[in-house]
Write a new protein. Structure first.
Length: 166
């Protein structure tokens, strides 16, 4: 398994563990205003899913149609969880299809906030994984503040549960 395959599988697992854990929360826990840029827990998760969409479009050379990193409307958790799991499955499949040569190829894109960028496919995949980790940390903080212990989604836990020796 190469780095892209390991990382996309890890993200899919971590997202699934997290989404499963918060699925039992009442709607008010997901929508209570929080002092963060995205406003609340579910909008933070929606941001992650939508930015995964943006990066997928960059990888495919397609327009993503977004003009903001905090798009409206925000779906209910069940729909968002379905979208995120489908997105994660796409990334796992994409990584499985890429050779090292393919992963090294550069992709040129425009940032939503303006300006152009250029990254290798591998760097984009690493960014998608890191971005998800970063915002799961935000959500974990919100959960702790509301008295709910978030699930553990650290890479070593994933490796242990998958019986991976990397």
């Amino acid at each position: 398994m190469n780095h892209a395959q390991l990382n996309t599988r890890y993200k899919a697992w971590a997202d699934d563990v997290f989404l499963s854990a918060i699925s039992a929360l009442p709607t008010e826990a997901l929508t209570t205003p929080q002092p963060i840029i995205f406003g609340n827990l579910i909008r933070t998760l929606n941001h992650v899913c939508m930015m995964d969409h943006v990066w997928r479009c960059h990888l495919l050379g397609q327009p993503h149609g977004l003009t903001t990193r905090n798009p409206e409307p925000c779906p209910a958790l069940e729909e968002l969880a379905t979208r995120q799991r489908e997105m994660d499955a796409w990334y796992v499949h994409y990584a499985d299809q890429m050779s090292d040569i393919d992963l090294a190829k550069k992709v040129t894109f425009d940032f939503i906030g303006g300006g152009s960028g250029r990254m290798s496919r591998l760097a984009i995949l690493l960014h998608v994984v890191n971005h998800g980790c970063y915002h799961r940390g935000h959500v974990a903080g919100m959960l702790y503040q509301s008295g709910v212990a978030p699930p553990t989604t650290d890479l070593p836990v994933f490796l242990r549960e998958q019986s991976q020796d990397v």
